[in-house]
Design a protein. Structure first.
Length: 102
């Protein structure tokens, strides 16, 4: 594949923008019973863990009327915010008390 500069690629007629958020957020209601979650009157805190989903959560809360607070909206693709697991490796293992103390 021939490489071209990013700015030129954005201007190319083959480049199209697509907003992935609306279809993803709409489909959540098909796989998760968010009415039950809303009805439970939970107060939810969400940490997007580095930011990959940071822009989704407010829109999910709005769309499904959830009492949801994003507790960390920092975007960090380096994962410096993570503590290391038992073996010194960085991994996103929510079952590990070493990797998830924050």
């Amino acid at each position: 594949m021939k490489r071209i500069p990013y700015e030129r690629a954005l201007r190319a007629p083959t480049t199209h923008r697509h907003d992935f958020l609306p279809p993803y957020i709409d489909d959540l209601g098909h796989v998760i019973d968010l009415k039950v979650i809303r009805g439970a009157k939970l107060s939810l805190g969400v940490d997007p863990l580095g930011g990959a989903g940071v822009h989704y959560w407010a829109r999910i809360a709005e769309r499904y009327r959830l009492n949801l607070t994003v507790v960390n909206d920092a975007v960090d693709p380096t994962f410096r915010f993570m503590t290391v697991d038992w073996d010194g490796q960085i991994r996103m293992d929510p079952s590990s008390p070493y990797a998830m103390p924050g």
